[in-house]
Design a protein around this ligand. Sequence first.
Ligand SMILES: Cc1cc2nc3c(=O)[nH]c(=O)nc-3n(C[C@H](O)[C@H](O)[C@H](O)COP(=O)(O)OP(=O)(O)OC[C@H]3O[C@@H](n4cnc5c(N)ncnc54)[C@H](O)[C@@H]3O)c2cc1C
Length: 484
Amino acid sequence: MTDVVVVGAGPTGLLLAGDLAAAGVDVTLLERRHDESNLTRAFVVHARTLEQLDARGVADRLLGSGTRVDRFRLFGSVSVDLSPLPSRYPFMLITPQYEVERVLVERALAAGATLVRGATVQRVQQASDHVEVDYRDADGTDRSVRAAYAVGTDGHHSTVRSQLGLEFAGRSVVRSLVLADVRMTDPPTDQLTVDGNTDGFCFVVPFGDGWYRIIARDRRCELPDDAPVALEEIAGVARRVFGTDFGMHDPRWMSRFHSDERQAERYRQGRVFLAGDAAHVHSPAGGMGMNTGLQDAANLGWKLAAAVQGRGDEDLLDSYQDERHPVGRMVLRLSGGLLRAALLRSPVSRAVRNRLFPAALAVPAIGRQVRMRQSGLGITYGRARGADRLVGTRAPDVTSADGTRLYEVLRHGRFVLVTPPGSAVRADGVVTHVAPGARTATLVRPDGYVAWAGSDGDGLAAALARWGARPVVDRAGSRAVADS
Ligand SMILES: Cc1cc2nc3c(=O)[nH]c(=O)nc-3n(C[C@H](O)[C@H](O)[C@H](O)COP(=O)(O)OP(=O)(O)OC[C@H]3O[C@@H](n4cnc5c(N)ncnc54)[C@H](O)[C@@H]3O)c2cc1C
């Protein structure tokens, strides 16, 4: 028996399990792999994800593992400057996915999550008041765990999704992409280099520790995923695209993969939810897959905790689908657009692309929108008719007179009432953060989005009830939130 079973300890499952455990929920995380992953699929962590990690007190540790990229070049001619992003983190962090997982696994275990390795989930069944999850453990013994809720964070080929019978609609969009981590004797000077021509497409980014990640596609070489990769195949693409192979040598690993664009129609069925790659997949273009999964988890965790603790109702749980499904769709479109632009074949189309992209990005509103969407900072959730326009937007990291930042206060995992100095707005049992930079009172959800804004006390009370924010005494019995 447990409160919540999370299936799959990739980045999405780890963040979710950590949030649930930190909220005092009994959570069991079942993971098929026996060991920690040393696989690096994702390597870009965007600004909004760093803000979410900051709200959990682990952003600084991750920052130490990677390199910051605040400007990059697309298609030879387009320079994208991230430094105007309105965030404490106006850059992309380049760091291996296993570093993200390492930070999250430590946090989840420290918060009290139970992680069972070598546990392969095979069956998920729901009843009206519980979910039964059957798995085979590391010794080959069949076991089962019963919970109030289950979440499938078990990746692209999700067993949980197929047990629910949910369609994963979409298609394969690109085959025979090759991936390698290499050393270079003559690396590119740009922090991130990407271009393509009639022969292929190539992307290079430094990890900052002497290793370079390359993703390449040779148009003349369409091979199945299990066909071996030779370094010369990648070096050849680089020479044809950039005019140099940067002296690449000593690959530490190479693989070939194909990329799909798919999204589950629904992210919730009864007591079972999907998040991360189990719910949506797309190409690596834009580096948004892991980031989107982490933000699914940030959206779902506090809602599930509220349901388990008797504060959240069905509407609150349904808001996960309402809020995150449209984001998944937007990310598929954005990533798909970038991929198609990168793979354009004809010289004429490429010339048009190379003229249009800089022209479009030079328009301040368009440039800002692209940066905000890709970084995740521009993601907003819907608001009820008549609600203040701030509702559903990301809460900025406003600082109190004593220098405490909102995202530090959010580390308690609870709602925060942000007010300008002198505001009469108060909510019993909810921590108040008085910030000279705040223009109006806002109720900020545990995931850093605005649940309510204004001065109307009845509206605030309604928002507290709607979002399951009734204060609870934490496990240790202290009123840490109210006192902080
Ligand atoms: C080449 C490449 C580059 C990428 N670059 C980026 C990038 O820069 N930025 C970015 O944001 N994203 C990137 N992505 C995407 C990113 O890697 C994924 O979106 C991310 O790993 C998804 O995390 P997840 O936790 O949802 O799923 P996964 O990482 O797939 O984790 C799922 C976990 O579930 C476990 N599991 C599966 N089935 C079972 C079962 N039956 N029982 C128990 N456990 C199970 C698996 O062992 C695994 O540990 C890239 C992807 C590729 C291929």
